[in-house]
Design a protein around this ligand. Structure first.
Ligand code: HEC
Ligand code: HEC
Length: 243
């Protein structure tokens, strides 16, 4: 962990001599970057960069990239881990060590990090991803996640470039109701009809896509995502709290 400590010191210096980290951890609320590099209140074993990479790029295996994902999405995931709506042996305790302001700061930090993969041309996805399968009540993933997995709006996350095994695991967790944090049950419904080979084919393709995202958000897909989510929830008779 010597490297971690050196990096934290360097970050402190670069930030223009902020107050040194103190025993109460107050200094850790200062910036998301410090939390990413030091782990905040949870200490060095919780330092995000150790698993998610120095540039938030993920480890290419089981740890997702965080760089460039929407701040609201990232913060919601941390809240959901802490509330155990999204259970994970590693991330649940880490999220519980962060206060509300720390979660917001570290989410904003990762959202603002540039995506560093080379901008390649995406290949066309599996038919099921692009068009769904109405006969099985399967809405096209592309409606909510974009045709090249770039995400749509603040709530529908980018999937492009995420490790295949991470994506497979998330879909399995929805099938097993271990991840229960999707608004209006949209992902529970979307994952339910998928077979294991279909899950793998989609996940392997998503991994090959460039993570870089076009700067503008497509308003047409945004409203299509809203309509699709309403249709999906209705067709699966999903109860919407508060509606
Ligand atoms: C020991 C390794 C490790 C550390 C340290 C760690 N993470 Fe994670 N993180 C993971 C793994 C593994 C996952 C995937 C868990 C799952 O399947 O839900 C993950 C998932 C996440 C996600 C969900 C991303 C998505 O696309 O939904 C967020 C957000 C996140 N981590 C943020 C953080 C932050 C912020 C920190 C530091 C405070 C941190 N992580 C520290 C391993 C780690
Ligand atoms: C109606 C909209 C909608 C459709 C259709 C949809 N999704 Fe999602 N998906 C979401 C939302 C919203 C989330 C974020 C849930 C949360 O807040 O954790 C999500 C999250 C995910 C995640 C987790 C991302 C991460 O970083 O952890 C994966 C993987 C995923 N979707 C894959 C798919 C696939 C594959 C399909 C098609 C079979 C699909 N989705 C269809 C809305 C949708």
């Amino acid at each position: 962990m010597r490297t971690a400590i050196l990096i934290v010191l360097a970050a402190g210096l670069a930030a223009g001599c902020r107050p040194a980290a103190n025993q109460t951890g107050d200094a850790f609320t200062a910036t998301g970057e410090l939390i990413a590099l030091s782990g905040g209140e949870g200490g060095a074993t919780n330092a995000c960069f150790a698993c998610h990479g120095l540039r938030g790029e993920g480890d290419g295996v089981a740890t997702p990239r965080l760089a460039g994902l929407e701040a609201g999405y990232l913060q919601k995931q941390l809240d959901d881990y802490a509330a155990d709506l999204r259970h994970d042996e590693i991330m649940t305790p880490i999220a519980r060590h962060l206060g509300h302001d720390d979660r917001r700061a570290v989410a904003a930090y990762y959202a603002a990090l540039p995506v560093t993969d080379p901008a390649g041309s995406p290949t066309q996805g599996p038919g099921l991803y692009l068009t769904g399968d109405p006969a099985r009540g399967l809405v096209a993933c592309a409606v909510c996640h974009g045709p090249t997995g770039q995400g749509v709006g603040p709530a529908n996350p980018a999937l492009a470039g995420q490790p295949a095994s991470y994506t497979v695991e998330q879909l399995r967790r929805w099938l097993r109701s271990e991840r229960r944090n999707d608004p209006r049950g949209v992902m529970t419904a979307a994952a339910a009809p998928l077979t294991e080979p279909e899950i793998r084919a989609i996940a392997v393709w998503l991994e090959t896509l460039p993570s870089s995202r076009p700067p503008d958000t497509d308003v047409a897909s945004l409203s299509a995502a809203g309509t699709a989510s309403a249709r999906l929830a209705a067709s699966h008779g999903i109860h919407r709290p508060g509606r």
